[in-house]
Design a protein around this ligand. Structure first.
Ligand code: NAD
Length: 482
């Protein structure tokens, strides 16, 4: 029986909120309340920020050798590997995603991210410049200070880890505000970090409403940087709120990623890839391949394969290890998805698979794996992020048209190209305006490969050595030798 952590985590301890208010977090697959979680307000945030500042301004966190910081993250990684089933179960209860994904993919990936950045802790070198005989010039990289991490509900712990791991490895303190619908694994992780030896003050978790706590974080003079993942519109409001204190910000925002299949592709591999691209994570994925762009001559052959696979993807109990399509995160999200499906039908797209809400045992926010054909770039379902298991299929005549359609949205997060012609694949990969392009693959990640957006999908990069830039600042030092 899981005992959930439901209080705020501030300065090394679980504490109730100052207001005493709590909010319910619900299992979307059953509609049942899992736990009542303490709701942070701005006074709780102030306490967390004050403790974080103490930690980096002369506290034990600041005094620690970087290598020791790295060891703590390695230890946390090992603990998380050992607890992957338990963390995965809670993630599945809170989010509705299949336990196969949360326990076997998300948690091991989160642990790998911790371990990857743990290795960087003492390997951040500065430069020296042989510029002048009368002085020695050098640079050092220093932590930014207090990092405010604001995260979404689709990969609750993994998405947070992309921020927490590099920020802590490089000596920052972190105040994390998880999405209100999925706060539980972040709170569990706070306890795990303490067990790994993280001193009080270095990490805090303050679940609460985005427009209150998130906004206050963006405005807070004690927070030096905001690292945000979420919707593009929320990102814009955070940018405005952060301007008052000239905070550093990085933004991982929405997407409407094109998955381009040329006529010379391996059609079975491309069909499998297209299914994985849109239905992994129930399509609640920033990088979801939500637009399938198919060359006209293979349209019928590919679509038949895709529709056949989609029809076999029945939603199932997220706790069943065989399930590959879980429950959407909430009833509200299911209604959003249903509205988009209606708009697709109304605007003339042809439904070839799914399209309906489903319940299991009379419960849950499940939705069928849905495929539209005959979509044009002007339709709402081709332009807007649906964030659900809905694929829009568009047809193109040649490479130039594929690129033009691919680049025709405000987003630029990810894309893929399927072709056996390496030159054509690479030309297309270059021409697509996206932060990540897969070739003959989709949805593969590695902690060493940076991830982030072009255009309105955001700026800044998470993971890889690029993330080190996001959590450090450069100091130039001039040493007079005369
Ligand atoms: P959201 O923008 O609604 O919420 C994200 C976080 O911001 C939550 O913690 C929320 O409480 C907080 N928030 C809400 N209003 C706020 C405000 N006014 N000020 C400060 N914080 C506020 O996004 P979501 O619905 O949780 O997540 C889905 C979105 O996230 C999708 O658009 C998806 O594409 C995007 N996403 C992007 C990436 C990426 O890496 N680019 C990854 C995952 C999700």
């Amino acid at each position: 029986m899981t005992s959930f952590k439901t209080d705020l985590f501030i300065d090394g301890a679980f504490v109730p909120s100052a207001s005493g208010r709590r909010f319910a977090t619900v299992n979307p697959a059953t509609g049942e309340t899992i736990a009542e979680v303490a709701e942070a307000g701005t006074d709780d945030l102030d306490r967390a920020v004050a403790a974080a500042r103490r930690a980096i301004d002369g506290g034990p966190w600041a005094a620690m050798k970087p290598r020791q910081r790295g060891r703590i993250l390695q230890c946390a990684a090992e603990l998380l590997v050992g607890a992957a089933e338990e963390f995965g179960r809670v993630e599945t209860l809170d989010n509705g995603k299949p336990i196969f994904e949360s326990a076997k993919i998300d948690m091991p990936a989160a642990a790998e991210c911790l371990s990857y950045f743990g290795e960087y802790a003492d390997k951040l070198y500065g430069d020296t410049f042989p510029a002048r005989p009368d002085a020695m010039l050098m640079t050092v990289r220093e932590p930014i200070g207090v990092v405010g991490a604001i995260t979404p509900w689709n990969f609750p712990l993994l998405q947070a880890m992309w921020k927490i791991a590099p920020a802590l490895a490089l000596g920052n303190a972190v105040v994390l505000k998880p999405a209100s619908v999925t706060p539980l694994t972040a709170l569990m992780f706070a306890e795990l970090l303490a067990e790994a030896g993280l001193p009080p003050g270095a990490f805090h978790v303050v679940p609460g409403p985005g427009p209150v706590v998130g906004k206050a974080m963006a405005e807070h003079p004690g927070i030096d940087k905001i690292s945000f993942t979420g919707e593009t519109e929320t990102g814009k409001s955070i940018l405005r709120a952060a301007a008052g204190t000239v905070k550093r910000v990085s933004m991982e925002l929405g997407g409407k990623s094109p998955n381009v299949v040329f006529a010379d592709a391996d059609l079975d591999a491309a069909a499998k890839g297209a299914i994985n691209a849109i239905f992994y994570g129930k399509g609640e994925l920033c990088s979801a391949g939500s637009r399938l762009l198919v060359e006209a001559s293979i349209h019928d052959a590919l679509l038949e394969k895709v529709a056949e696979r989609a029809k076999k993807m029945a939603p199932g109990d997220p706790l069943d290890p065989k399930t590959r399509l879980g429950s959407l995160v909430s009833e509200k999200q299911r209604q959003n998805v249903a509205r988009y499906v209606e708009s697709g039908k109304k605007e003339g797209a042809r439904l070839v698979a799914g399209g309906n809400p489903v319940s299991i045992g009379g419960k849950g926010a499940f939705f069928e794996a849905t495929v539209f054909d005959g979509v044009t770039p002007q339709m709402t379902i081709a332009r807007e992020e649906i964030f659900g298991p809905v694929l829009a299929t568009l047809t193109f005549q040649n490479e130039a048209e594929a690129v033009a359609i691919g680049n025709s949205t405000i987003y630029g997060l990810a894309a893929a190209v399927w072709s056996k012609d390496i030159k054509k694949a690479l030309r297309t990969a270059r021409a697509l305006k996206a932060g990540t392009v897969w070739v003959n693959a989709y949805n593969y990640y590695d902690p060493g490969l940076p991830f982030g957006g072009y255009k309105e999908s955001g700026f800044g990069r998470e993971r890889g050595h690029y993330a080190l830039e996001e959590y450090t600042q450069v100091k130039s030092i001039w040493i007079d030798l005369t």
